[in-house]
Write a protein that binds this ligand. Sequence first.
Ligand SMILES: Nc1nc2c(ncn2[C@@H]2O[C@H](COP(=O)(O)OP(=O)(O)OP(=O)(O)O)[C@@H](O)[C@H]2O)c(=O)[nH]1
Ligand SMILES: [Mg+2]
Length: 450
Amino acid sequence: MSIFKSMLGRIIYRNIKKKLDNLIISEEDITEALKQIRIELLNADVNILVIKNFLQTIRKKAIGYVMEPNQQAHDVILQIVKEELMNILGQKQNEIILQKNELTKIMLVGLQGSGKTTTVAKLANLLKTKKNKKVLIVALDIYRLAAIDQLKQLSQKIDCECFTLSNKSVEEITTAGLEYAKKNKFDCIIFDTAGRLQTSEEMMQELKRVKKIANPHEIVYVVDAMAGQDIINVVDKFNSILKLTSLIITKIDSEARCGAALSITSLIKIPIKFLGNGEAIGNLNIFYPDRIANQILGLGDLKTLSEKIDEKIDKESAKKSFTRMIAGKFDLEDLMMQMQRMKKIGSIGGILKFLPNMSDKINDSQIENIEEKIKKWGVLLSSMTRKERRYPNIIKKQIERKKRITDGSGCKIDELNKLLVQWEKAKTKMEEIGKQIKSGKNPFFNLLNK
Ligand SMILES: Nc1nc2c(ncn2[C@@H]2O[C@H](COP(=O)(O)OP(=O)(O)OP(=O)(O)O)[C@@H](O)[C@H]2O)c(=O)[nH]1
Ligand SMILES: [Mg+2]
């Protein structure tokens, strides 16, 4: 999602002086930054009206702002821009509406191919696994046989029941599905509706009838991150007829700019509740406006990163390898395991993106270099025997071993040598840190005071 990489923060830091001549922020101080932010947002396909209001408010808040002597102008502007981004994206995270003692009814609507059926399964799985709900999925897309099969398969995968009826109308299936859910004590029912290429009266009327029968607590509009500006009119139309309660943006893992989809929430005032970031069932993330605002600013999102790490890392083995590291026992086997652990969290680019201010210091080609190097190391390490990884010195001493490893991995001797040198350096450094920890010193003290 390229708007997430837009790094408005970088624009602000580059175009607004740290120390202004005056403690009052003037129009001139911010003109260039706002001009570039405008271009960036236009490129990301954000709606022009949204941009206009956004910049106007920032201007209003910034010009004439009186700074404290120790304040820096770009920090002030960054804060104002963040506040305004939150106004666009929503101030708080909105939960899906769940009922306590009655059946929660959810209906997903949207254009063809936007990701409704996939999202129905993702949502059902989330309610089942995270909220402990018994979920019934109802197939209302009766126009294509393949659609029902697709839903059945997905339901099977997540072990949820899928309700279908052949040769019945959408209205009849809705009624029967509701009865079935109540009779069998389901907590939630999710309706997967049929999509169309564009809004049609016929489709709207059908959805309206389903709404009347089901009276859903949530009517979710599913929007594709790749949608263009015309999606705003489409959602407006759906909203005027169905009164939507939430949005889910899908396919944010694509290279889509997503600006149009993100503009909807500001223009039509419907909260975004989830983001779909992949085809797999687990790829549904809660939408946290604050985190997304940070990503758009390029400020990183340590909370998401730490959650990711928590989820993916086996803490015991991480602790073990840390102990080995500071005891100066860090060998190539540890390095390989560490790299495998990192891989589980995501690509280096993905990880660096989360770190505050990193986006400013490192560019895409540097990230590519690092990733390339890590890939090479991975191949080199897997071409070694376990013994060689545990006792790397035997590689250093025996040229035949080096040759076998480089032949096996298709890498050059030079690359293998570099890996060995860097491992040695890292090992020494870590051992030093370990000694400092043992003697009661904080090894990070110097870093913290930089
Ligand atoms: N990369 C990616 N692909 C997705 C995501 N969500 C859905 N898809 C894919 O998008 C395609 C369409 O998804 P569906 O769930 O069938 O869309 P739909 O809205 O039900 O489509 P119709 O029933 O034809 O209206 C499928 O190939 C999905 O795998 C996502 O978050 N990321
Ligand atoms: Mg579908």
